[in-house]
Structure formats: structure tokens, C-alpha cells
Design a protein around this ligand. Structure first.
Ligand code: RAT
Ligand code: ZN
Length: 431
């Protein structure tokens, strides 16, 4: 056998098989800010919500001749009109978030080129929210979405407390940012809700916080607990965040078998005038993550990072710790050029043991573009990777393609969440 000869295969056919597999694969969207229709007005949808998406507001302000507070004083429709004018009429909607609106409108059967928002609004007005949600999920081929559920959000609390009939395609996640990052004010709120907590983490306070988390876990039945963390996060330290993790959150996760998701690297309110659009990013200290993975081998950590410069180090860390699952191209990394490099790198370092993307959708219609755009890039990356593999002598069958793509779009996350903690126990190093 001539060892140097490349395996012969029909690369056009393989590329087509990959494209159609990715296009038809069903997605499990593991992190969004969408709400089950039962949450009423918390569920965002329609053209105005699409246009006032904070990703677009930030971009729009680069062109608007208007102080921030004047913009915020406008109605949602007026704000949407300004965004439409500045990003869609006065220049081409070339950015990822702006193109997203175009993809979405086109897939909904609307002519984005007509320029007239009122016609587009009319079209949306004819929908009932629940039917529209179903339509978007189906168009995006998204089987389930995971919400972000915060006991600290007063609107959301109200809904959970009145009791609701849950939609089967909306899963839940328990968001704990206020508890871990604004302890003093959050502690006061928790006390008002009937838990006997004090500013110092006495035994009693720890027990009461565990009771609080237990109550919310019973109420919402989350897939995982979660927090977003600033670049300054480090572990271990004697900070209250570190202590709360050790004494309250991680023991709670262990008790309920919950993975703990950390979204690392966000700098909140870099420009407060922009409100939700004013957050930035910074490099995370991945030693903190390494220390957590090392110290809690039976705790499963789900991690996504905001800084592009951290991504390679994260992949290497995931090779060392099987209790670490890498997911998504988060927020500022959710742009085609970076998704492409991150997905290629992850495949090369981690095989299929990661989750390629989450949508982070806040408006249900966004599921359409977020997943369409991700599918475009994942297809391209897989065509290159499988192309190389086939040239090396392993051409995948259709069934294998379906299996592997399924892993990237939620299957691998499901496998990770099902791993029994006992399996994750580390062995002691013997040399
Ligand atoms: O992507 C976003 O919409 C951000 O505003 C954040 O919500 C981020 O995804 C987060 O979950 O903290
Ligand atoms: Zn998010």
C-alpha cells in the first residue's frame, strides 16, 4: 500500500451530505432569555422587540445624534424606528445582529426591503403569541429552549408564585447572579422573603440559603444552576463570592445533581448610559476554573467565555477535566468569523465533546436567525474537518453524520448532564 496516497472520495457529495444533515438537525438550545408563553408579557416577540435588541441599540448609538436619556424616554416603537432608520435605511444592515433581522423577516415571509415598518407591524399583529412561538421554534428547528430563570426578578417571581402550566418545549435554569455578585442587597431581599439570613455567613445563614435554593429548585426544576462572572473572578479567595460558592451553591448543586454553568468574562455597565447595551468584556482568569474543576471533581461545570483570547486555554482545560463542558459562542463571540475559528478549534481539540452553540435569544423570532447563521458556519467548518478526515481514509456515513451533528447541537450537553458524579471521581496521580 502506498502510505502517502490520499483516500479518494467525492468531496462535493460529502459537502452536500454535511450541509443537508446540519440544515435538518434538530437543536436543543441550552441558554436563552426567552420565556414560556405562560409568562405573558415577559415573552418578547415581533418587529419592535427585534429592533430594540440591546445588540442593535449599541450599534445604533454609533450613528444617532441623540443623548442616551432622550432615547430611553421614547416609546419602544419610537426607539425601534430610530434603530430601523440608522441601521437599515441609512446604511446596509451588515453587522451580524442587523443581518439577523433581515434573515428573520425573510424566513417569516416578509419583504424587509419594503422599508415601511407599519406593514411589518401589521403582519405581526395578526399572530397570537403562543402560535407564533410554535412557528418560530419550528422554522428554526429548535426542539427545546432553556430559559434563564431568576428568583430575584420581581416580574418572574410573580409568575412562578401564582403557578403556571408549563410549555413542554421550555426548559429552566436557575440564575444566581444577584446572590453571588451583589450579596449585601440580595441578602436583604432574601430576608424579606422569609429566610433568616445575616450578612456574615453563619451556619444558620448557610442553612437558610440552602433552604432558599431548595425551594426554588423544587419550584422550577432547573436543568442547571448558573452565574455570569466578571473577569476579576478568582477562586479560591476569601471573597464572599468564593465563600458562597463553597458553602451554599456547590453543595446545593451536589445535593440535586445539578451542573453549574459559569459564563465568564462580562464587565457589566462599562457604559451605564447604554443600559443593557453597556456591558463589555475582559479576559478571565482560567486558573479559577481550573481550581474549581480540580477541587470538585464530581461537580459538572458548564462554561462559556466572552473573550476570544481565552478560548484556546479553555479547550486545553477541558481536555484535562472531564467535569468541564464547553458550550456556545457567547454574545460578542457570536459572529460568523469567531464562531468559525472557535468551532474549528474545539473540534480539533475536543472532538464532539462540546456544545457548538446556544442562541442567547431574547426575542423568540431571533431563534430563526441565530440558528440559521450558526448552521451556515457549522456546515462550513464540518465540511473542512470531515473533508480532511475523509482524505485520511474515514468517510462518514449519513447515520454517523446525524449522530455527530446531533452531539454538537445539544446531544453532547445531554450526555454530560447525565454523567453520574461517581464516574467523575479523580484518581490520585501515581508516578
Ligand atoms: O447576550 C446577551 O443578551 C447578554 O445580555 C447577556 O444576557 C448574557 O447572555 C447573559 O446571560 O449574561
Ligand atoms: Zn445570556
Amino acid at each position: 500500500m502506498n502510505k502517502s496516497s490520499k483516500h479518494r472520495f467525492d468531496s462535493t457529495k460529502l459537502s452536500q451530505r454535511i450541509a443537508s444533515t446540519v440544515a435538518s438537525a434538530s437543536v436543543r438550545d441550552i441558554h436563552t432569555h426567552l420565556y414560556d408563553p405562560a409568562f405573558g408579557k415577559l415573552l418578547l416577540w415581533g418587529i419592535d422587540d427585534l429592533l430594540v435588541y440591546h445588540y442593535l441599540v449599541a450599534e445604533s448609538f454609533r450613528h444617532l445624534d441623540l443623548p442616551y436619556n432622550k432615547f430611553w424616554a421614547l416609546t419602544k416603537s419610537q426607539q425601534a424606528e430610530l434603530v430601523w432608520r440608522s441601521l437599515f435605511l441609512e446604511r446596509a444592515p451588515i453587522s451580524e445582529a442587523a443581518r439577523g433581522v433581515i434573515t428573520t423577516l425573510n424566513r417569516l415571509g416578509l419583504d424587509a426591503r419594503q422599508g415601511d415598518l407599519s406593514k411589518i407591524r401589521q403582519w405581526f399583529n395578526e399572530w397570537q403569541p403562543a402560535a407564533f412561538v410554535e412557528h418560530c421554534l419550528d422554522l428554526a428547528k429548535v426542539q427545546t429552549v432553556c430559559m434563564t430563570n431568576s428568583p430575584f426578578d420581581s416580574d418572574e417571581r410573580g409568575v412562578w408564585e401564582t403557578g403556571i402550566r408549563r410549555h413542554p418545549r421550555f426548559e429552566t435554569a436557575l440564575r444566581l447572579d444577584p446572590l453571588l455578585l451583589s450579596w449585601k442587597s440580595t441578602m436583604r431581599e432574601i430576608r424579606i422573603w422569609g429566610y433568616d439570613v445575616k450578612a456574615t455567613l453563619t451556619n444558620k445563614t448557610v442553612l437558610e440559603l440552602r433552604r432558599f435554593l431548595r425551594d426554588w429548585t423544587a419550584k422550577i426544576n432547573p436543568n442547571y444552576a448558573m452565574v455570569s462572572l466578571p473577569p476579576s473572578f478568582s477562586y479560591p479567595t476569601d471573597s464572599i463570592t468564593s465563600q458562597l460558592l463553597e458553602k451554599v451553591v456547590l453543595p446545593h448543586c451536589a445535593e440535586f445533581g445539578l451542573p453549574f454553568a459559569m459564563m465568564m468574562g462580562v464587565r457589566r455597565a462599562v457604559n451605564p448610559g447604554l443600559r443593557m447595551a453597556g456591558d463589555g468584556l475582559g479576559l478571565s482568569d482560567l486558573r479559577a476554573l481550573e481550581n474549581l474543576c480540580q477541587k470538585y471533581p464530581q461537580q459538572r461545570f458548564l462554561v462559556t467565555l466572552l473573550s476570544r483570547e481565552n478560548q484556546h486555554e479553555l479547550c486545553v482545560l477541558a481536555r484535562k477535566f472531564r467535569n468541564l463542558h464547553v458550550f456556545g459562542c457567547w454574545w460578542f463571540t457570536n459572529i460568523p468569523s469567531i464562531i468559525e475559528e472557535m468551532t474549528a478549534m474545539r473540534l480539533e481539540l475536543l472532538g464532539f465533546s462540546f456544545t457548538a452553540q446556544h442562541s442567547d435569544a431574547r426575542v423568540v423570532d431571533q431563534l430563526i436567525y441565530k440558528w440559521d447563521h450558526t448552521r451556515e458556519v457549522v456546515t462550513k467548518v464540518l465540511q473542512q474537518s470531515y473533508g480532511r478526515l475523509a482524505a485520511s481514509g474515514w468517510e462518514p456515513t449519513d447515520a454517523e453524520l446525524q449522530r455527530d451533528v446531533g452531539l454538537l447541537l445539544g446531544g453532547s450537553f445531554g450526555d454530560f448532564c447525565r454523567t453520574q458524579p461517581a464516574v467523575l471521581t479523580t484518581g490520585k496521580r501515581s508516578r
